[in-house]
Design a protein around this ligand. Sequence first.
Ligand SMILES: Nc1ncnc2c1ncn2[C@@H]1O[C@H](COP(=O)(O)OP(=O)(O)OP(=O)(O)O)[C@@H](O)[C@H]1O
Ligand SMILES: [Mg+2]
Length: 264
Amino acid sequence: MSGKKTLFYSTDLEIHFGGLYALQKINIDILENEILGLIGPNGSGKTTFFNVITGIYKPTAGDITYKGESLLGKEPYQISRMGISRTYQSSRLCLELSLLDNVLIGMHNRQKQGYFSAIFSRRKMIAEVADFQDRVVELLDVFNPDLKERMFRPVGELPQIDRRRVEVCRAMAAEPTIILLDEPSAGMTPDETRELMEDIRKVRASMSDVSIMIIEHDMSVISSVSERVIAINFGEEIARGTYEEVAGTPAVREAYLGKEVVHE
Ligand SMILES: Nc1ncnc2c1ncn2[C@@H]1O[C@H](COP(=O)(O)OP(=O)(O)OP(=O)(O)O)[C@@H](O)[C@H]1O
Ligand SMILES: [Mg+2]
């Protein structure tokens, strides 16, 4: 196929909550530098997959491997430090804090200076923070120069699209190898969604290789950004391939019955 290397894969991944199997025998791979779409109806297990990858939920069976190493038993902060970062379906911004502070939070996993430096080596600490701040300014600038101008303002003052941009900036500030976006377009108009996707593409082009896995309900977003799509329903894979292949699969059409699967 593409000849890209596999960065991440899950092997027969399962998780159940009591009697409910939220994921069953999931084998999903993420390739280097790709944009992979994950689709499925409400409650099909998409967010659960992200929660398992990032160590929030422990799987009941199966394995997850990233850069040749199992992630089982690792804590969320360790997984983030290894290069996997994410956004959440519902906003996790601190509305009273500035844009700058919100994005700086995403960099804590890269911080080298700790409490010791804060007391005994102030100069190193200040240099590190200044360096992080420069990086935040760069990121905000790529997303939207307006955001840079407003970086000391509270995030709560921003419209929805800019809040989403700040969230994606925060996830990218960790300089991840894989970024997981959970419905970034939630609450946005189709035009805003297109704008955000354009921004994400721009930032991606400005960064070294990063793979993006995106959960999206908006099929026009999935069809325009994903190089590959995987569909799940009731925690099981039902199709994979290009958007057209997946959208044309009877099981996917059935899962979305009553909803329109839009071809671009
Ligand atoms: N912590 C939990 N405890 C019990 N059940 C859970 C838990 N987390 C998820 N579930 C259940 O697992 C199933 C999959 O949920 P999940 O949130 O992954 O769906 P989703 O595909 O992200 O849906 P949506 O499109 O609505 O966001 C649902 O039935 C949900 O109720
Ligand atoms: Mg979800």
